[in-house]
Design a protein around this ligand. Structure first.
Ligand SMILES: [Zn+2]
Length: 677
């Protein structure tokens, strides 16, 4: 580079560095909005014990030792305390010294991670003059006596009424904070402005698209089924042990109040990095289909234990945010029975609804009452734009892809579900209905084969490819062998894949909903002929699925990605995009990002945004790496608006779009007419 460019570059990097530091400083000072308390008005929690100045009690701190702590020893001590007492401590660093040592701070408080409204902050700073050592050591002993000696001052007994009040306030604040976390969880940092050459995502490392998969064992997690408590404990343990690459959150609760846990596994677990695609796996949507739930637990173990040693896993987690939900129907799982291969006990949520028939449907009106689990998923998809996804089932061995429903045939839903009452009492369900279910399975399958037709989506080539990535990396699936059972799995599937509606059409499925309303390519993976096989078979199921599970996630990096920006390089949120010739749209995120999985070839992207001239941009996709494009839209000047004819609007979808997304439909041309042609 010429000298002038170097100076410019150094200046920009320095500017960005200080800018980011400034943002961090400011953000660090942010506090949650002040909660509105009940009718009495705004109150800080009452002081307990009631007197202002409880008696100080002496306490020994021999455990920390009476010797000086050098930097490494002090660091180790601070980390140990923070790990042992996360309930009352939080460790952070405000920066580094000239020689790069951290300027450690330990918060010691009943609310270490958050500023509670009304609670004052105080601080001690030791060792400002490096050779004045007593302050450094007495502060370490102060930490020890506060956190680890177990001699906290005794509280005087509170009166009962105050206890209730206190418990209520704590519970209220807890849920309020959880709510804020839910909402804030979707927040992402503002998009950084990069130097003049243009906006670029970091280069892929390793550079090749598809490094080799390496087998790995996950015995540490055990090959037995995990019930809700065991699953919760496992997810919490992983999140606590690997905060660098995991983050645990819940998208809501089931009807019976169980958390719908999701573990993010990624090199940036807590934040969406601009340009990095989000992908997800959802297991156990039918509570009695248990293999998906367990292989996802093993997938978590596989990814988290191999990040530091396996180049493929490192590449995947460095460049992708993987969200794993082992169970979408935890209530159903709790009443399901190990060894029960067919039938429906535990399939439904605890209100008796089939969650994979509970979503808005593009082709047919879905009148089923929306369930809390379904609402949680819809809210989740509104917050995070997923690029690629799969839902995991049992009862067959096949990778199925959208569309799952069709405008052409009768609703196959009634055929499949007819032997099962919508609401079931668990006590009498099995003995009465199970034989009917089994007896009807074969005739239903035979009848159905004559009446189902393929329901091809505009991205049929992409979806078939994704389904084959799964089936051919699976130990058995690609063979397409029929299951020995008499249900829907007793069919031969060429390549181990099928169009969903060709297999059997269903209304209200989660797959079509992801694809049509959220631009997310979702597969329905049927992983086992037996829905809930005995635990001794779990190891072989994991071995059959592990490579396929890992390889499918990498497909999020195939195709095209980029940004839609205005002439000032500002991102345009909610711009509508469509690959020309494929009449289905998707939208940019709030940072102007988009992703679309495509097979190698030449394409044209059509882009529309309100107030801008529409734009078409040609691009090509290669096998080796994703194509990155930046699409610049030019504003329509106010004075010329009357000269400009906006593109024809798409027809509204046949069923109501979820609120907040209806704009998608008005922004796109084309639409779905061609689907019916
Ligand atoms: Zn299922």
């Amino acid at each position: 580079m010429r000298t002038a460019k170097w100076y410019m570059c150094v200046f920009l990097v320095a500017f960005l560095y200080f800018y980011v530091m400034l943002i961090k400083q400011v953000r660090g000072a942010e506090v949650p909005p002040r909660p509105l308390l009940p009718a009495e008005g705004r109150q800080a929690p009452a002081y307990e014990p009631p007197q202002f100045d409880p008696q100080f009690q002496d306490g020994e701190t021999d455990s920390v030792g009476f010797s000086y702590h050098n930097y490494d020893q002090m660091t180790a001590y601070m980390r140990k305390v923070a790990a042992e007492r996360p309930d009352i401590t939080a460790l952070y660093s405000i920066g580094t010294s000239v020689q790069g040592r951290e300027l450690w701070v330990l918060v010691v408080s009943a609310s270490p991670y958050e500023h509670m409204i009304g609670k004052p902050n105080v601080k001690y700073v030791g060792n400002i003059h490096g050779n004045e050592a007593i302050g450094r050591e007495v502060l370490i002993h102060l930490i020890e006596v506060s956190c680890r000696s177990g001699s906290l001052p005794p509280y005087t007994a509170m009166r009962t009424a105050k206890w209730y009040m206190c418990v209520f306030l704590v519970a209220f604040l807890y849920f309020y904070v959880m709510l804020i976390k839910q909402v804030r969880g979707a927040e992402v940092p503002p998009r950084p402005l990069l130097p003049a050459e243009g906006r670029q995502a970091p280069a892929y490392e390793p550079p090749q698209f598809d490094p080799q998969f390496q087998d790995g064992e996950t015995d540490s997690v055990g090959f037995s089924y995990h019930n809700y408590d065991q699953l919760t404990a496992y997810m919490r343990k992983v999140a606590a042990e690997r905060p660098d690459i995991t983050a645990l959150y819940s998208i809501g609760t089931s009807v019976q109040g169980r958390e719908l846990w999701v573990l993010v596994v990624s090199a940036s677990p807590y934040e969406h990095m601009i340009g990095k695609p989000n992908v997800k796996y959802v297991g156990n949507i039918h509570g009695n289909e248990a293999i998906g739930r367990e292989v996802l637990i093993h997938l978590i173990e596989y990814l988290t234990t191999r990040y530091n040693t396996d180049p493929y896993v490192r590449w995947l987690l460095d460049n992708t945010r993987v969200h794993i939900m082992p169970s979408m129907n935890p209530d159903g799982f709790e009443v399901s029975r190990e060894g029960s291969c067919q039938g429906g006990q535990g399939r439904f949520n605890s209100n008796g609804f089939d969650l994979n028939r509970n979503f808005p449907d593009y082709f047919k009106t879905n009148n089923k009452k929306s369930q809390v689990e379904t609402e949680a998923i819809k809210e989740w998809l509104n917050k995070i734009q997923f690029v690629l996804s799969a839902q995991l089932h049992g009862g067959a061995l096949v990778a199925s892809y959208p569309f799952d429903n069709t405008p052409n045939a009768d609703d196959g839903n009634s055929v499949r579900d007819s032997p099962v009452p919508q609401r079931t009492g668990r006590a009498w369900y099995d003995p009465l209905v199970q034989p009917v279910w089994n007896a009807l399975g074969e005739p239903i399958r035979v009848i159905r084969q004559f009446r189902t037709t393929e329901s091809r989506s505009p991205d049929d080539d992409t979806l078939r490819h994704l389904a084959k990535v799964y089936s051919y990396n699976h130990g058995q699936m690609y063979k397409g062998e029929p299951c020995a059972n008499k249900g829907l799995g007793a069919e031969r599937f060429p390549d181990g894949i099928t169009n969903g509606a060709k297999w059997y059409p269903l209304t209200g499925g989660m797959g079509d909903y992801n694809y049509v309303w959220h631009g997310c390519m979702e597969l329905t993976l049927e992983l086992s002929c037996c829905k809930y096989p005995e635990a001794r078979q779990l190891r072989s199921f994991w071995r059959d699925n592990r490579k396929a599970l890992v390889k499918l996630l990498g497909e999020a990096h195939r195709g095209v990605r980029g940004y839609v920006v205005d002439i000032n390089n500002n991102p345009i949120e909610g711009a509508g995009l469509k690959v020309k010739g494929r009449n289905i749209g998707f939208q940019t995120t709030q940072h102007g990002e988009f992703w679309r999985i495509l097979r190698p070839g030449n394409y044209v992207m059509e882009v529309f945004a309100e107030g801008y001239y529409p734009r078409e941009q040609a691009f090509s996709v290669s096998e080796e790496r994703p194509t990155e494009i930046s699409i610049l839209l030019e504003r329509v000047p106010e004075v010329n608006r009357h000269d400009f004819t906006p593109p024809p609007l798409a027809p509204p979808p046949p069923t109501a779009a979820p609120s907040g997304l209806s704009g998608l439909w008005t922004r796109l041309t084309g639409g779905f007419q061609s689907l019916f042609g």
